[in-house]
Design a protein around this ligand. Structure first.
Ligand code: KDG
Ligand code: MG
Length: 393
């Protein structure tokens, strides 16, 4: 565990041939749960195993647990899987995207995060991302009358919601938000034109009928996607949203397996699947999810907030460069300290990321430097309605 600005958990696997691989094992606000699972139940099983048997080790950790799935276990499995792909790439002298089947595109289109205290500040921030070369930008804004609206950080560059040892309390008001959101995107489209893709994260806050209304009211602004418009436990709800709006829907950053996604995908209730390497069982499992999604013209849009470490980002970029049904990749830049702790081969140019040509995932950890940033327990906020009722953050 290390905290170069925020907490990350990294698994490093070393082979007796002198190769090593790393994998991200970070579950924001629940870091130690994954560490304990790895230390108690996973690492002892790996000692002496053949590191080349990625699939068999995946099955051992998944089936062998008896208590299958769930974010803690699937994050632990993802860390092992990523580290083993890293090792296989190094053994072969190839970047992981080559092992997967080679590049399907020249670069990975990413979206950055623009946020501001109000509509103007957010629109200005979208402009700054466009100047930096981004082709796609997520816009989140402070909302008058909503204390601590989702997606608005203290700093512009490194939005970091997990900021307190006990969860900070934010407040939510749906009708204020529903009236506000179209005004935000109206200003952004007016000021920045049609040549930028715009995205928005509702962060699980609406009921299905409210989500339908929001989707309709945002149609004139042609969003690339509306994300997590309603909590995903009730997947049938997406049929109602779908029937109300042509705004594309993205879901899945909290999913940990193909079983969480399959009904949404098979019923064509979403357009983008947000599952990513670290929380959905690693590259081995994510490619199964993408394979299912491809049958239904659902494209990928991997989660890439700052709580996913550069080790996840590197692995995700190899996956993105290869996956036939790629949509977009989220890219929230890390702090300089984080980039130093995790030296990496991936690079950004003109709105696209490329994983680089280093063998493996192209990301390493500087353990000496990492040790200078000790773990600092932090939790994600919670949200309540103005009458005190618990809501979804
Ligand atoms: O740890 C929680 C964050 O990863 C999440 O709030 C970020 O919703 C998010 C996004 O779309 O990046
Ligand atoms: Mg999200």
């Amino acid at each position: 565990m290390t905290c170069p600005g925020r907490n990350f958990v990294t698994l490093k696997i070393v082979t007796d041939q002198g190769l090593h691989g790393i994998g991200d094992a970070t579950l924001n606000g629940r870091e130690k749960a994954v560490v304990a699972y790895l230390e108690e139940h996973v690492v002892p099983l790996l000692i002496g195993k053949d590191a080349s048997r990625i699939e068999d080790i995946w099955q051992l950790l998944y089936r062998g647990a008896y208590w299958r799935r769930g974010p803690v276990k699937m994050t632990a499995i993802a860390a092992v899987d990523t580290a083993l792909w890293d090792i296989k790439g190094k053994a072969a002298g190839m970047p992981v995207y080559q092992l997967l089947g080679g590049a399907s595109r020249d670069g990975v289109m990413v979206y950055g995060h623009a946020n501001g205290a109000d509509i103007q500040e957010t629109s200005d921030e979208v402009g700054r991302y466009i100047e930096m070369g981004y082709k796609a930008v997520r816009a989140q804004s402070g909302i008058p009358g909503v204390k601590g609206a989702y997606g608005v950080g203290r700093g512009k560059l490194h939005y970091e919601p997990a900021d307190a040892t006990l969860p900070a309390e934010t407040l939510w008001n749906t009708s204020t938000y529903l009236n506000f959101a179209p005004k935000l995107f109206d200003r952004i489209r007016n000021e920045h034109g049609d040549n930028v893709e715009l995205l928005h994260d509702v962060h699980h806050r609406l009921t299905p009928i409210e989500a339908g209304r929001l989707g309709q009211s945002l149609e004139p602004y042609r969003l690339f996607w509306m994300e997590d418009c309603t909590p995903v436990e009730n997947q049938e709800a997406f049929r109602l949203v779908r029937n109300k709006t042509t705004t594309p829907l993205a879901v899945g950053e909290i999913f940990s397996s193909i079983y969480d996604c399959k009904d949404l995908i098979q019923n064509q209730l979403i357009d983008y699947i947000r599952a990513t390497v670290v929380h959905a069982g690693g590259i081995t499992h994510l490619r199964q999810i993408a394979g299912l999604a491809a049958l239904y013209q659902v494209r990928t849009g991997c989660h890439g907030a700052t709580d996913l470490s550069p080790a996840c980002m590197g692995a995700a970029l190899h996956f993105d460069l290869w996956v036939p049904n790629f949509g977009i990749q989220e890219y929230m830049r890390h702090t300089e300290e984080t980039d130093e702790v995790f030296p990496h081969a991936y690079s950004f140019s003109d709105g696209y990321l490329h994983p680089g040509e280093a063998p493996g995932i192209g990301v390493d950890i500087d353990e000496e430097l990492a040790a200078k940033f000790p773990y600092n327990p932090k939790q994600l906020p919670i949200a309540r309605l103005y009458d005190g009722t618990m809501w979804n953050w």
